[in-house]
Design a protein around this ligand. Sequence first.
Ligand code: SAM
Length: 235
Amino acid sequence: MDEKHLSKRLTTVASYVPAGARMADIGSDHAYLPAALALTKKISYAVAGEVVTGPYKNAVSEIKGHGLTDWVKPRLADGLDAVTPADRIDTVVIAGMGGTLIAEILERGKQHLAGVQRLVLQPNVGEDRLRRWLMVNRYQIMAEQIVGEDDHIYEVIVAEPSVVPFCYSDYELMFGPHLLEEKGPVFVAKWQDYAKRQRAVINQIEQAQNVPVERITAMKKRLALVAEALGDDKY
Ligand code: SAM
């Protein structure tokens, strides 16, 4: 992958960045995403925020190498501290991290989200915790995508601030309100695989001397939700 050939996952993320956006890509690593969007003139400005020196240096050389220093600003910073009011950021992308970490970055950086009109988030795991953060903080989930690439399945969640609160059920938080509407083949594959793994774990821990009853009950409850989502009682 490079700035001219984004992965399927990052291409999906990129498709939700509005044309002309002033975006912040937090956890930008090589800055492939903002570089690709700047090279194709889809965005007007970007901040590429990165907290670790090595990936930050990669981002700096990527941006310099493509003559993008006027459009894409690399910043060595923790989370949304990478952005200032002068950047006038309207779109924040946070991709390729756990949902809990993404929610923590959003929580800690709330003061930087005032003018932001869209969040494009791609959690690797913990999607339900991220959706819960969005709900509690008055964001509406506008769109979701689920993509399979190299034996991994990724969810992309697009959210926008809302004046009215949106209430999602535990079921919607777990599976995604839009993904549930579609229930496409990647969605079915993800949750079939999840159910298979969970059943194997339950079988194993039921053999333990001190069976962790509460844990098993919680796992079985989630499996029941999977059965409901897949419309199949064998889960
Ligand atoms: N966003 C890119 C993508 O989706 O391909 C890179 C994903 S990479 C797995 C995650 C990056 O986020 C790493 O470079 C890591 O150093 C960075 N990161 C983790 N926590 C961060 C934070 N609090 N602030 C900024 N960057 C962070």
